[in-house]
Design a protein around this ligand. Structure first.
Ligand SMILES: [Ca+2]
Ligand SMILES: [Ca+2]
Length: 156
């Protein structure tokens, strides 16, 4: 985990040591990212943000909406469940999805469109109840069919 990785201070005048230091930091970062998914078994999807081997609206859906509203630390995981505690790891996991969270394909990721689409999908909504009122005006994916196919590809 990144917090356990100590970045050794090196002589700033030595270019080689600077490069080694940067590579060590990258290696630690990569190990941290890999460890974010290490707890998942084969059934775990990238939408399982709290790594409890299940993707559901009451935890993963709420987490992504809170994250997209900018909540972090304790406010990200507050009142969810005992299986949702590591806000830093959850933030890293959601952040790693980057533009994949642009579910309606309008070039932006926001809570009231993409976040609600993901929440509804995880809650079992399909068809018009999935997309009604939550598609951005400039969306490239706007039909329920296209949104469902896209979310299905993310949840495998
Ligand atoms: Ca989960
Ligand atoms: Ca979007």
């Amino acid at each position: 985990m990144q917090r356990n990785c100590k970045v050794t201070r090196v002589n700033k005048g030595t270019r080689q040591m600077g490069l080694i230091n940067k590579l060590s930091f990258l290696a630690c970062t990569c190990l941290f990212c890999l460890s974010a998914f290490a707890d998942c078994d084969r059934n775990c999807s990238i939408l399982d943000f709290n790594s409890d081997n299940a993707q559901d609206a009451s935890k993963d859906g709420v987490l992504v909406i809170r994250y997209l509203f900018g909540l972090t630390d304790e406010s990200l995981v507050e009142d969810l469940s005992q299986s949702v505690t590591d806000s830093t790891l959850i933030s890293v996991t959601i952040n790693a999805l980057d533009t994949k969270l642009d579910i309606d394909g309008n070039g932006a990721v926001d809570a009231l469109t993409d976040g609600l689409l993901l929440y509804r999908y995880l809650d079992g909504h399909r068809g018009q109840s999935l997309v009604r009122g939550v598609i951005a005006p400039n969306a490239k994916r706007f039909s329920a069919d296209h949104i469902e196919v896209y979310l299905e590809s993310l949840s495998q």
